[in-house]
Design a binder for this molecule. Structure first.
Ligand SMILES: Nc1ncnc2c1ncn2[C@@H]1O[C@H](COP(=O)(O)OP(=O)(O)OP(=O)(O)O)[C@@H](O)[C@H]1O
Ligand SMILES: [Mg+2]
Length: 316
């Protein structure tokens, strides 16, 4: 078995001058397998970018250990840098370059031959529908086109590990899907991609494994199916029509939605509820919970309790 792409053990980060003194990362341990797409999710301020920056050797951690491709980020950052590429959150390509120059020069700087760099620049621009604007100055591109240019730059590279911190924020739905395809293509070439996103449909569509981070700690980790199996209520049943709410309470957690109810339930109760509703001629839909439901449940409970959650999986 190849060593994992990233192994983090007890990683903590306290930013100097942090007023609250609260750590941005608080003993975070993670193992990102070699090859494939690993999703990192969590609400604003959870610590995702901090983790990405430490793993990408841009930021020093306060304590813990972190190895990327078997090498220590504290002592072997030069070796690591040669093998990784990063789309940082909120970054923009250099304004005074043309779109194709951004990609081409990046590949050349990484040591690619001119012929390879030219070919890969063309392919990446084509993949992300940027060929039309390849001669345009970055300063004259829209925000979404600039973001896509950065994605093209990193995804065209030969890096073994790619860090994509919210790569699709601000992209239109079509462009997002183009980035998804490019990310999938890169992952099929035996690269490892660490992706952060607030679009949970994106995290679910792309990630082989996921970690949910909350207040610098890991709350859930696993494949999307494993995450589903760990939550209290793995099924969601939506009912439309006039139903007395108190008749639903015994099936699971009920909330009101426009024109009906949403019930989160365990499998037997979900089936029973569906039967009950069908007998009454109610319209319903039933399915497994989405990643968004899981996120809201886990993070919502953590905010309610205002205290660390029980051990992950304790509810299962
Ligand atoms: N340079 C910094 N100096 C001080 N505190 C910081 C700095 N960068 C981030 N923080 C704090 O560290 C915590 C984690 O921030 P981080 O940017 O890692 O979160 P995130 O999960 O990426 O959030 P988002 O989804 O909003 O991008 C936050 O409380 C934030 O305020
Ligand atoms: Mg961030």
């Amino acid at each position: 078995m190849a060593e994992p792409a990233i192994v983090a053990e007890g990683v903590s980060k306290v930013y100097p001058g942090s007023r609250s003194g609260a750590p941005a990362l608080d003993g975070l341990s993670l193992e990102v397998p070699r090859g494939g797409i690993y999703g990192l999710i969590g609400r604003n301020g959870a610590g995702k970018t901090t983790f990405v920056r430490i793993a990408a050797t841009q930021l020093a951690m306060t304590s813990g250990t972190l190895r990327v491709l078997g090498q220590d980020v504290r002592t072997e950052e030069r070796a690591i840098r040669a093998r990784i590429a990063c789309v940082p959150q909120e970054s923009r390509p250099l304004y005074f370059l043309r779109t194709e120059e951004v990609v081409y020069l990046y590949l050349k700087m990484r040591g690619m031959t001119s012929a390879d760099a030219r070919r890969r620049t063309h392919d990446a621009l084509e993949e992300l529908s940027l060929l039309e604007v390849r001669k345009r100055l970055v300063s004259r591109l829209s925000g979404g086109l600039r973001r896509r240019t950065l994605c093209a730059m990193v995804l065209a590279s030969d890096a073994d590990v790619m860090f994509l911190d919210e790569p699709t924020t601000g992209l239109d739905p079509l462009a997002r899907r183009e980035v998804w395809e490019a990310v999938r293509r890169a992952s099929r070439e035996h690269r490892t991609i660490l992706l952060t996103t607030h679009y949970l449909d994106e995290a679910e569509a792309l990630s082989g494994r996921l970690a949910l981070i909350e207040r610098g700690q890991r709350r859930l980790e696993g494949t999307p199916a494993e995450l589903r199996a760990r939550v209290r209520y793995p099924y969601r049943v939506t009912l439309w029509g006039d139903v007395p709410r108190d008749q639903l309470a015994s099936y699971g957690a009920v909330s009101e939605i426009e024109g009906g109810f949403l019930v989160f339930a365990r499998e037997p109760e979900a089936r029973e509820l569906a039967r009950w509703a069908l007998e009454r001629g109610l319209r319903l839909s039933m399915g497994p919970v989405s990643l968004e439901d899981i996120f809201l449940e886990v993070v919502g409970r953590s905010i309610d309790a205002d205290a660390p959650l029980a051990e992950e999986g304790a509810e299962a």
